[in-house]
Design a protein around this ligand. Structure first.
Ligand code: X2X
Length: 338
């Protein structure tokens, strides 16, 4: 009796196995480079729709040498877990909100400063320009590589199961779920809420069971997350802008040949640009769709909410945290914040 393992087999056959490879059809042939690409969104979100197209283009352009397996919907774990897997190399790529990434790279939450951006064109100027370049530089210090163009999550709106938010008064004591990030906790604490940090993959259940009464997200994310099933009101606060950086494990991406890497970066950046347009389109129609699904909308007094942040010292505190260089880049595009 003997057991067969690879070494024993090769020894027994004098290495013949190496000289007689399987004959496979082009399609079934294993790719030379295989990446796992995780994200937190359901398949129907435009990020996943565009990502699937990019994966196909990369496969074709590289003649099948590069294969990317997408794991949507936190299939590999919560955002916090997946970030750890990305750092260890168990996952090669991951799209993550910069605001959540700030638990590792503090500067990465800067685009989320409350009411910093008035419109989406200003966001793209900043994130494709100096501010984005600065943040990507900070990300690189953590041995992660951020692709150039950030995907859109969007301007965030507050939903509740209890009462519409009209202004600062209804925010007082509100049990609101926020993603895991010091900026989110600080901001909603400054607004007088009782924020609780919960990963996205546990948010629906937290709202359903009353662990939290409220949450905040862009309309397309509220929609694909079916949060209208467990929330009643949607107040259009537009209180911060959030996007998903495409992050790669530095060692993994450095190991790719130049042509494969170029194809990967080009096509995923293109996917991000296309996804931004998809989100812009959705934002035009989603309010009506979500109303039909039962959400009741209102337009709160955002100037008064912003004033609450200012008088609480929120802007001063975060200017100190980010430092003059980063804050200067933010104000260069967004205008004076203090
Ligand atoms: O966790 C959230 O709320 C989400 C889906 O918007 C992010 O990824 C930041």
């Amino acid at each position: 009796m003997f057991s067969i393992n690879r070494r024993g087999f090769l020894a027994a056959t004098g290495g013949v196995a190496l000289a007689t490879p399987f004959i496979m059809s082009g399609k079934a042939r294993a790719a030379e480079f295989n990446f796992k690409f995780a994200n937190n969104l359901p398949l129907e979100h435009p990020l996943n729709v565009r990502l699937a197209q990019a994966v196909e283009r990369i496969r074709n352009e590289t003649g099948g040498r590069m294969e990317i397996a997408v794991f949507p919907n936190n299939q590999l774990g919560s955002d916090t877990d997946t970030l750890n897997q990305l750092r260890s190399g168990a996952v090669e790529m991951f799209t993550l909100s910069g605001i959540i990434l700030s638990t590792l790279v503090p500067a990465a939450s800067i685009n989320g400063v409350g009411f910093a951006f008035n419109d989406i064109d200003t966001v793209w100027k900043a994130m494709d320009g100096g501010l984005g370049a600065y943040v990507r530089g900070e990300i690189a210090k953590s041995r992660l590589y951020a692709l150039e163009n950030i995907f859109n999550n969007g301007f965030r709106q507050i939903t509740t199961s209890t009462t519409p938010i009209n202004g600062p008064a209804e925010l007082k004591g509100l049990k609101i779920r926020v993603p895991v990030s010091p900026l989110w906790t600080s901001m909603f604490t400054a607004l007088g809420c009782a924020p609780t940090s919960i990963n996205w993959n546990e948010t629906y259940t937290a709202l359903q069971t009353g662990v939290a009464d409220a949450q905040e997200n862009p309309l397309p994310t509220i929609n694909v997350g079916k949060l209208y099933e467990v929330q009643k009101y949607c107040s259009m606060t537009n209180h911060m802008w959030d996007g998903f950086w495409t992050l790669a494990n530095q060692r993994a991406i450095d190991a790719l040949p130049d042509d494969v890497r170029a194809s990967l970066e080009k096509n995923i950046n293109q996917a991000a640009i296309e996804e931004r347009a998809d989100i812009a389109e959705l934002n035009k129609t989603l309010k009506v769709d979500l109303e039909a699904k039962g959400l009741v909308f209102n337009d709160p007094d955002t100037a008064a909410i912003r004033e609450t942040l200012r008088t609480a010292g929120f802007y001063e505190e975060w200017r100190k945290t980010y430092g003059d260089e980063a804050w200067g880049l933010l104000e260069e595009s967004a205008g004076k914040l203090i």
